[in-house]
Design a protein around this ligand. Structure first.
Ligand code: ASP
Length: 454
């Protein structure tokens, strides 16, 4: 059995949904279909999820909802008309949206989750209705009925272990299940969404639960590229990579697959294939546990901006027992997670995603570090980027960090931080955001153009 997930652009219009249908019909083992909300149809278009966020925000602010509701509604009616579906499905979508808007607003976050999730939910209902209208044996499946149970963490829902047992029942079904991505329900029946782009996570959970032979993640590119094609012209196509490599690349900017989506498939040893809805015959990129990495030490190079550095120095920090714990406790008290902690003898930097900081939190954290930990110097600097070299073969290659640092030096940029995890599958350079693009270009030249085999 294969679990297939179709992203926003794959279900953005009637024409795209017809391509999805042909893909499902071409292979009877594709029996679980996870769908996103309709995404962008053209450059500059707005995803339904973003339209829903505007709609929910208007409702919470007590503003008129007619105009934003109409914009959401028009997306579904355009699709339904294009697929020649009768009015019943559109009526049910309208009633569903109105019910959600009239829901309990006492907890704004839960209210927004409920509005956002309608994007996937109604997309799945509509696509199931279309499959049925063609005579396919298909049905919409609600995540609560199917048993996708999530925790109730404030920011990010995660599937609970019992989900896997309950969803495993889908394994034997002959019906094509159309499953909405992006959300589940807590044990108390409260709807919670995953992180943005979280339909990938739903697909991975389902693939792991039914022990699928393959999890196919359909998007709008033929494969994963070794670097961002918007920056590097015709980058090398990656035919296969390991779960760890994909996780590292997804972490630092490869938006093709959500970084949280790897773990369920990895744990259940389900291979993942990234494929193109617009070109399904292309082989795509396989993500597997092991691969031959003798050909090239670096598999991909990613770069992501939006990082800040919290710099802390204190004389004899290395001898002070518990300093690191107390520092991290201060961050935890403000619900801030960290990314890296490169350190010296008397100083350390904590790298944080800038969106986690607010002026109030920054003032509170730096104030507490000074007053409670008696640090000599504390400050926060913004506008950093992380440039990450990723490759399982890196640990077998000597001189790789020297080559990377030399390539960066050629650009004239300063390296603010270097971090190599103990797995040696990634090498991270913290640099100023303004230098990110030229560094990426130079590193790509060094590892993918200068010498094709290293
Ligand atoms: N529709 C959601 C988003 O735009 C989830 C997804 O597409 O995976 O983030």
């Amino acid at each position: 059995m294969k679990v297939c997930k179709f992203g926003g652009t794959s279900v953005a219009s009637a024409q795209q949904i017809q391509k999805v249908t042909a893909i499902i019909q071409s292979d009877p083992s594709r029996r679980i279909v996870v769908v996103s909300a309709p995404g962008k149809r053209f450059v500059g278009d707005i995803k339904v999820t973003d339209l829903l966020i505007s709609l929910g925000q208007a409702a919470l602010a007590g503003q008129a909802v007619e105009a934003p509701l109409k914009r959401v509604w028009e997306r579904y009616s355009e699709i339904a008309d294009g697929l020649n579906l009768d009015g019943a499905i559109l009526d049910s979508i309208k009633i569903d949206l109105l019910n959600r808007l009239a829901g309990d607003k006492s907890n704004e976050e839960l209210y927004m989750d409920c509005i956002k999730a309608s994007g996937e939910d109604n997309s799945a209902k509509l696509i199931a209705a279309y499959f049925t209208s063609l005579g396919m044996k298909a049905a919409y499946l609600n995540p609560q009925d199917a048993g996708l149970v999530v925790n109730d963490l404030p920011e990010r829902a995660q599937a609970l272990p019992e989900s896997y047992e309950r969803l495993a029942a889908l394994e034997d079904s002959e019906t094509i299940h159309v499953f909405p991505g992006f959300f589940g329900y807590t044990a108390d029946g409260v709807l919670r969404t995953f992180d943005r782009g979280g339909s990938d996570i739903t697909g991975s959970i389902l693939a792991a639960a039914v022990k699928a032979d393959l999890y196919e993640n359909f998007t709008d590119v033929d494969c994963v590229f070794a670097a961002n094609p918007h920056i590097i012209q015709n980058p090398v196509e990656i035919d296969s990579m390991t779960y760890r490599e994909m996780r590292e690349l997804a972490y630092a900017g490869f938006a093709v697959f959500h970084d949280e989506a790897l773990m369920p498939a990895f744990k259940a040893s389900v291979p993942v294939c990234i494929k193109n809805t617009n070109h399904p015959s292309a082989p795509g990129t396989m993500i597997v546990a092991e691969r031959d990495y003798s050909r090239r030490p670096v598999t991909g190079i990613s770069a992501d901006s939006g990082f800040s550095t919290l710099y802390v120095s204190k004389y004899l920090m290395n001898r002070e027992i518990g300093f690191g714990r107390k520092l991290l406790q201060i961050l935890e008290d403000d619900e801030i997670s960290y990314e890296h902690i490169p350190s010296g003898i008397d100083n350390l930097s904590v790298i944080i995603r800038s969106h986690r900081l607010t002026p109030e939190k920054e003032a509170r954290i730096t104030g507490r570090i000074k007053s409670e930990l008696h640090a000599d110097e504390v400050y926060i600097r913004k506008d950093f980027s992380m440039v990450v070299l990723v490759g399982e073969g890196m640990k077998l290659t000597t001189g790789l960090a020297a080559r990377a640092a030399t390539a960066i030096a050629r650009t004239g940029a300063n390296i603010e931080m270097i971090n190599q995890g103990s797995s040696e599958v990634s090498l991270v350079f913290g640099v100023l955001k303004q230098d990110e693009t030229k560094i990426l270009q130079e590193l790509y030249k060094e590892f993918f153009e200068a010498a094709l085999v290293n």
